[in-house]
Design a protein around this ligand. Sequence first.
Ligand code: DC
Length: 223
Amino acid sequence: METVKTIAIDGPSASGKSTVSKGVAAELGFIYVDSGALYRGVTWNAIRQGVDTKNAAAVVDSMLNAEWEFFVKDGAATFSVGGDIPVQELREKDVREAVAGVAAMPGVRKFVVENLQALENFGSLVMEGRDIGTVVFPGSPYKFYLDADPEERAMRRYRELVEAGEDEKAHEVMESLKKRDQIDSTRKTDPLKVAEGAHVIDSTSMGIEEVIQTIIETVQGAA
Ligand code: DC
């Protein structure tokens, strides 16, 4: 059996992680994993059960009482919760606004980290997130930290939201991004930071394809 390789790609919101990670996974034939989707799934499941998302004990309770299943579909790891597969729901405003708080809860992080680690049973992964190189797969030799200037990230996120038909104002997107950056990088449990040995890539003035190729060349050079 070929050894499983996991490529960890961390960075702040709207740094281009998703597009880049999907591109790297497609080119290498690895399974793409959006770890943030699982934090969003926990948040969505709590909201639909009428749980107060600021109450950590109640959120953890609703999470542990739900039935979660993980599988690979179209080259990406995905999950169902209570028999439902949320996709679009995970991007909605109520989830978006509550998820950073939920992702800061130690009980939630423990559950998510364990489930993310178990995904290696499916094969080689490209996993994007905030703590993949620091906590989930610290032993991976393929760690990347993708960054971009806050203004550029806010512009990218704004364009994405407009394309998705959301009625958002550019300055509100900037504010909400700043707020999430602040929560993600200052929380007590597993804050966003550059992992030891990670390759830092500033994508502010790089094209997506250039970033993808930089990562692939680094991985192949290290192999
Ligand atoms: O990448 P995203 O925007 O879907 O992430 C949603 C939230 O989950 C965000 O607040 C950061 C958090 N997150 C995290 O704490 N650790 C991860 N590995 C991935 C996401």
